[in-house]
Each structure stands twice: as structure tokens, then as C-alpha cells.
Design a protein around this ligand. Structure first.
Ligand code: SAM
Length: 386
């Protein structure tokens, strides 16, 4: 680094340090101190520098419980807003540029890798990260994630249905999905197991049987596919063996308990089945699977704005009230709105003036602007690309 650019960088860090004093809870400004449980920090600038600054702050480093990022996908497109209409154009002619997605190939992966490494450093050990990406680069990004977070910390590759079926004249199938890679920093990641609500109507055919106390129920087999060679679930229970090629869902001691509690129904031929009560199914909800339908908003406020309900699901599942949620490519601030509505603290970073303006409109009050020389950072980024 030349003496001149070193000097520039020092000046730049000095400016940031002003905003991140090391004492107390200084990450949140004085008005946030009045309600320390919620609130946020909005940073305008290149996220690599912002992340390095956050790493140097002991109030933040190691305390980020949840990260969601939706970086550019290496599409070589320019996203603009013209007269309140969102447009995607491949050449910048007309409209205000919201952001440029100009990196691709190795330069793109290098850009993302540096940011993922910086993010990992500031995450809490029980934190997790969701990386939203498209199918063209998703598999390369999965390799990066395995390298940085460890393949052993991979949790899910979520398919997200993003739009209605398309009828474009395209040689190939319509693309209506993108992907979200979900990793823990460690296997101790926070997980609230949020369930999808379910309704069971009175006429539901599955719950035809009625108990002596009037509760409706159905029954399911007590065995599952696959033989257990040595474990308890392969052992006979009351002289009954699981059918060939199957094992008991529970060890015999648990089966005994279930039977004592009246949770097993015996057929006239002596076949045991587990009772599943309709009211318990409703109370427990359904386990959420790895294919999600969260279509992008019809009238977005910002290009590539994501579905708020999807972000609420992520925030609810992977953080607790009062935790800090980070979006280092925050765009219009969908993650920040979700975090704010769910009582989490948030940190948003974006280098686009349009994005910052949109976040401020979506989150009036409690939003704090920390601006710096975007131009300086653009020079740096261009240097990296070239
Ligand atoms: C796909 S958009 C995010 C959209 C967002 N999820 C939403 O719901 O509105 C990606 C964002 O990353 C920002 N961005 C790209 N490179 C960046 C960088 N190096 N530093 C900070 N922000 C960056 C862009 O300005 C853009 O707003």
C-alpha cells in the first residue's frame, strides 16, 4: 500500500472510530439507549470496510447472532429506479442507478469470499448465516461456504419459489426458484423450530376415531423403514418383532411408556399403532421443510427487494428477542424491518445511496446514518476488479 493510500485509510478509520467508541453500549446512539432492546445501526459504505470496523469493536465482534445476506448474483446487470418504477437494464441509460452487479467469475467469488470471511469473524459462536443466491452461481458459493464455515456446519440448501410460473420463449425449463444456503458458525447455532400453523377441520377424514373423552385421533405405524442391527429399536417388544426390513420408532422401554399412557391402539389382530390426536397436531404445527414459497413483492420499493414474511421466518427461527441481526447487503432493508418488528437489534450495510434512502423511509425513527467516502471505497473496489 502506498503512503498516500495508507494515509487515506487511516483518515477513513479515524472517521469510523468516532462512531464506534469502545466504551459501554456505544454501538447504539443515545436515543436507542432509552430502549436498548431494539434499534439499529445503518452503515453506508463498502461492506468489507464496514465489517472490518465492526470486528474491531468489542461491543459487536462475536455478538452477531444471525446474518442474512442477499448479495448481487454476478448478473452483469444494472438496477435502476425510474419514476418509482424498478428496472433492470444491462446498460446504464436512464433512471437512477440503485446498484451495479458488475463483477462476475473469479472476481465475483473473490469479492464474496472476502466478505464471508469478515462476516464469520464477527458472528457469535451460536450464530448462523443465510446466503441468498441464484442457481447460476449458487453451487460455487456453496463451495465457498463449505471452505469458510466448514461442510460440517452446513444445515440446509433451501429452494425458494420466487415468482409465478413463466411462459417465456426460452429453450429450457422456466426458472422460478433461487436458493438460500443456511450454515451455523458451529453446531450450537440458535434454532427455535418455528412451526407452520395447521388447521384440522371437524370433517377431516384422517381423524375419524374418537376417544372415550371425545378427542379425535388417527393412528400411525410404530415402525419405520430400515433394520436396526444392534440397537434397542431392533429388539422384540412384548414378543413382537418389527416387520422384516423395519425397526421400532421408539425403544421398547418408550413403547411401554406410551402404552401405559393409553397412546397405543391395538387392533383385533394384535397390531399396535400410535394414536395421534387432532388437538395436539394443531398445537404443535407442522415442521417447516426446505422448499419455501415466498414470492418477491409485486410493487417493490427497491430492485431485487425480498419478501418480508420470508425474512420474518428466518429471524424468528434463528435469533431471540434482543439479539443482533446483520444484513451486510441490506438493499431496501427487508431484513432490518423484520428484525425491528420482531424485537431484535439490527445492523444494515449498503453502499448505495438509493438503498440507504429506502431503508430510512421504511424504518423512520431509530435509524442512524453513518456515511463515509463512498468514492474512496469505489476506487478500492475498482482496483480489486481490475
Ligand atoms: C440484491 S440487493 C439486496 C436486496 C435486499 N435483500 C432487499 O430486500 O431489499 C444487493 C445490495 O447489495 C449492495 N451492495 C453490493 N455490493 C456492496 C458492497 N461492496 N458494499 C455494500 N453494499 C453492497 C447493493 O447496493 C444492493 O443494494
Amino acid at each position: 500500500m502506498s503512503a498516500k493510500s495508507h494515509h487515506k485509510k487511516q483518515r477513513y478509520y479515524a472517521r469510523w472510530k468516532h462512531y464506534f467508541p469502545r466504551d459501554g453500549n456505544a454501538i447504539y446512539s443515545s436515543s436507542l439507549a432509552a430502549s436498548p432492546e431494539v434499534g439499529g445501526l445503518l452503515i453506508q459504505g463498502d461492506n468489507l470496510d464496514a465489517l472490518q470496523m465492526l470486528r474491531d469493536n468489542p461491543n459487536v465482534c462475536g455478538k452477531i447472532r444471525l446474518v442474512y445476506i442477499d448479495p448481487p448474483f454476478g448478473t452483469r446487470q444494472i438496477f435502476t429506479i425510474a419514476e418509482h418504477r424498478i428496472a433492470t437494464i444491462s446498460r446504464g441509460n436512464g433512471g437512477e442507478v440503485a446498484y451495479r452487479d458488475s463483477l462476475f467469475g473469479q472476481a465475483y467469488l473473490g469479492f464474496l469470499k472476502a466478505r464471508l470471511q469478515a462476516i464469520r469473524e464477527i458472528m457469535a459462536d451460536d450464530g448462523s448465516i443465510y446466503v441468498h443466491i441464484d442457481c447460476k452461481v449458487g453451487h460455487y458459493v456453496k463451495c465457498l461456504m463449505d471452505e469458510i464455515f466448514g461442510a460440517e456446519n452446513f444445515i440446509n440448501d433451501i429452494t425458494r419459489i420466487k415468482c409465478n410460473p413463466k411462459n417465456f420463449n426460452r429453450k429450457g425449463y422456466g426458472n422460478i426458484k433461487d436458493i438460500i444456503l443456511f450454515y451455523g458458525k458451529t453446531r450450537r447455532f440458535v434454532w427455535n423450530d418455528v412451526r407452520q400453523p395447521i388447521e384440522v377441520s371437524i370433517g377431516d377424514e384422517r381423524f375419524r376415531a374418537v376417544d372415550s373423552d371425545g378427542r379425535r385421533y388417527t393412528t400411525t405405524p410404530l415402525h419405520a423403514p430400515g433394520e436396526t442391527v444392534n440397537g434397542a429399536t431392533g429388539k422384540p417388544w412384548r414378543e413382537l418383532r418389527p416387520p422384516a426390513g423395519r425397526h421400532w420408532r421408539y425403544p421398547p422401554s418408550t413403547l411401554e411408556e406410551l402404552d401405559k399412557k393409553g397412546l397405543i391402539e391395538w387392533s383385533s389382530t394384535g397390531n399396535p399403532r400410535k394414536k395421534i390426536y387432532a388437538d395436539e397436531v394443531v398445537r404443535a404445527g407442522i415442521k417447516i421443510q426446505d422448499v419455501w414459497v415466498f414470492k418477491d413483492p409485486q410493487n417493490p420499493k427497491y430492485p431485487t427487494e425480498k419478501n418480508l414474511e420470508m425474512l420474518k421466518l428466518i429471524v424468528s427461527n434463528s435469533s431471540r428477542p434482543g439479539d443482533v441481526v446483520l444484513d451486510a447487503f441490506c438493499g431496501s432493508g427487508t431484513t432490518l424491518v423484520a428484525a425491528s418488528e420482531l424485537g431484535r437489534k439490527w445492523i444494515g450495510i449498503d453502499d448505495s445511496q438509493v438503498a440507504i434512502g429506502t431503508v430510512k423511509r421504511r424504518l423512520p425513527g431509530g435509524v442512524f446514518m453513518y456515511s463515509h467516502h463512498v468514492e474512496l471505497e469505489r476506487c478500492r473496489l475498482n482496483g480489486q476488479v481490475g
